[in-house]
Design a protein around this ligand. Structure first.
Ligand code: GCU
Length: 409
């Protein structure tokens, strides 16, 4: 089989990678499979050491971002690179939770080169005397926000807004369906995509569903920033489960305004490291078959080549540094490859260390329900199966509070 020049270049880079940092703690992580051949985070693709914040921010971070754009999530067209083509209108305002909170339903209109696109999101905030931090829920609601917008008292364990409000934080939810439907037949047709550029302009590195969802999160962030009277835009977390966790990571990587990223059981293409053998977990060959619309076409070429990849998910996680990051797993969710998610949290650490902060402060995989929250990168594995529950939400708020986020009721 012919190997493309690009794959050859990346393979050469992979062969020259240094594994010194990995060896130092591999021993302590016994009990879970250990990675092999992980690309060195603190070395550029050209083989130069990265030992300063300046080198990280000017060279390494941009090249990792570019690599994930071109090889995985796709490159966004110029016409969606900023929030300038957007306008917002509050469609509905209600008092909720017995008058303790205010709910707003917001319609955003994107005026693209090829047409207008309207999407809706919902905000809930405590009636506080000062601006409060916000938890943005990238939500996997299936009904195009129908449930979210239908009734002010809507409740869902995946978005326990009453618990969030009770701790004095605001929360905004946007559904994946608001930006692009989650199926390959309609994703690029009945969505934001055709309003930005004609479908015929799409290439192997064009943006795809996850990138569009992350773009939507950034547009919600624009709106949050436009409301300094009620929201503390310096303290906004993006939370997403599973495909939403992949989206949360890409949101935090592409938009540094998010002060915290919470990736919940995001697995393959998200927080699961590829350079570790986890046979029960999802691999690139499976995810790109079942969910072709999530990634750019270039991603297909890494099918079955996980150990040859010159990039891996610890590099994606490192793009969140020096901000806060929580990666979490569920004990019965081997499809997401829990140990691979732990390794990503661990191996991303050197990026935080450059800033004088601590990454994941742990040398071994934790027992269930025992958060490792010592550093700026947190990890935990909840007992149970694949889902986001009030347990996760409570832990993210614990982590935020530990790092000085203050709610206000
Ligand atoms: C499937 C898919 C995963 C994804 C998950 C989800 O299981 O294989 O990659 O994370 O759906 O979004 O729930």
């Amino acid at each position: 089989m012919a190997i493309s020049p690009e794959a050859k270049r990346y393979t050469a880079l992979f062969l020259t990678a240094s594994f010194a940092s990995l060896a130092s703690f591999a021993q302590g992580a016994k009990g879970i499979p250990e990675p092999a051949g992980v690309p060195e985070l603190m070395e550029t693709f050209g083989g130069e050491k990265v030992d300063s914040v300046a080198k990280w921010e000017k060279v390494r971070r941009p090249e990792i971002l570019k690599c994930f754009e071109e090889q995985c999530f796709g490159v966004r067209p110029e016409a969606v690179r900023d929030g300038k083509r957007i306008s917002y209108k509050i469609r509905e305002t209600n008092d909720v939770l017995g008058g303790k909170a205010v709910r707003e339903v917001v319609d955003a209109t994107y005026s693209g080169p090829c047409g207008d696109y309207v999407f809706t999101f919902v905000s809930m905030r405590p009636k506080a005397k000062k601006p409060v931090p916000v938890f943005l829920n990238f939500f996997l609601e299936k009904g195009d926000l129908a449930a979210l917008t239908a009734a002010p008292d809507y409740s869902d364990p995946r978005w326990p807004f009453a618990d969030i409000i009770a701790r004095g934080f605001a929360t905004v939810a946007i559904s994946k369906m608001a930006i692009a439907p989650d199926d390959s037949a309609t994703c690029f047709k009945k969505s934001i995509f055709p309003c930005v550029e004609p479908l015929s302009a799409r290439t192997k590195s064009s943006w795809a569903a996850i990138s569009s969802w992350a773009w939507g999160n950034s547009r919600v962030m624009d709106w949050i920033e436009s409301r300094p009277d009620v929201f503390d835009a310096k303290h906004v977390a993006v939370v997403g489960h599973s495909r939403g966790g992949k989206t949360a990571l890409w949101t935090g990587a592409t938009d540094t305004r998010f002060a915290m990223v919470c990736s919940v059981q995001s697995g393959c293409g998200g927080a699961k490291l590829n350079h570790v053998k986890l046979p029960k977990s999802e691999h690139i060959s499976q995810i790109t078959k079942g969910f072709t619309h999530w990634f750019c076409k270039n991603y297909l070429k890494w099918r079955g080549k996980e150990f040859e990849m010159p990039f891996d998910q610890h590099m994606l996680a490192a793009l969140v540094a020096p901000r806060l990051l929580v990666i979490s797993s569920a004990s019965l969710d081997s499809w997401a490859g829990q140990p691979g998610e732990w390794w990503t949290a661990k191996l991303a650490g050197p990026a935080w260390e450059l800033y004088g902060k601590k990454g994941l402060e742990a040398d071994a995989y934790p027992p269930v329900d025992t958060p490792q929250f010592g550093g700026s990168v947190g990890y935990f594995v909840r007992t149970g199966k694949h889902s986001i529950t009030p347990y996760e939400w409570a832990r993210y708020m614990d982590f935020a509070e530990k790092h000085g986020w203050k709610g206000e009721k």
